[in-house]
Design a protein around this ligand. Structure first.
Ligand code: GDP
Ligand code: MG
Length: 192
């Protein structure tokens, strides 16, 4: 199967939602706590081991990175929200901006929420899910590092997350073993 994400390229980085690219076509946000495995997953999804690193050229003070997948689809990499001890809602500077973005951004169709399969649905993840629900934006829960669990534990972890969420199904991926990315691509492309 052709990887429709393979030509993805870094487009631009912005600070605090200044100088945003045009609000057109489809945007999918990538979110997750720091260390959830988001960058690794972006690289695996695009089959480009350097992509996430390219967006992190030292000296750039960007907070939000835009990647162009094709003429009509962008992936938007949000900073990890696990740094603060409390949830990102308590980070005064950031939460209102994010809420505004969710409220106004027409092209924002869905948020992929990356969570370590061993530690899913932490407060900050739930805050993100609430934000999605309150703004009528879809979300895709993605459980990362599935190679860390046995198949049995993995199935249990997926159903535990599904039982706590309404109307959506979590996907499990491993960036180490490159597993689950066909399903993730498909889930993202359904919003295009
Ligand atoms: N075993 C395993 N480790 C992973 C996987 N994905 C990420 N990691 C590790 O988890 C750590 C954080 O990954 P990274 O992609 O930088 O997370 P980010 O902070 O969410 O962007 C790194 O040490 C990765 O090597 C995975 O699928 N399997
Ligand atoms: Mg990262």
């Amino acid at each position: 199967m052709k990887n429709l994400f393979k030509e993805s390229e870094f487009m631009l980085g912005v600070t605090k939602f200044n100088n945003l690219p045009a609000d057109e076509d489809v945007e999918i946000l990538l979110a997750g706590r720091s260390n959830a495995g988001k960058s690794s997953a972006l690289n695996a999804l695009t089959d480009n081991p350097k992509l996430a690193r390219i967006s992190k050229t030292p000296g750039r003070t960007t907070e939000i990175n835009y990647f162009k997948v094709n003429e009509t689809l962008k992936l938007v990499d949000l900073p990890g929200y696990g740094f603060a001890k409390s949830s990102f809602h308590k980070r005064k500077d950031w939460a209102p901006l994010l809420e505004q973005y969710f409220a106004k951004r027409q092209s924002l169709k869905a948020v992929v929420i990356f969570m370590d399969i061993r530690h899913p649905l932490k407060d900050s993840d739930r805050d993100m899910i609430d934000l999605c629900n309150n703004s009528d934006v879809a979300f895709i829960p993605v459980l990362t590092k599935s190679d860390k669990l046995s198949n049995n534990q993995k199935a249990k972890a997926i159903s535990a997350v599904n039982s706590q969420l309404q109307n959506c199904e979590a996907l499990a991926v491993s960036s180490k073993d490159i597993i689950g990315f066909d399903k993730l691509s498909k889930a993202i492309l359904e919003f295009c």
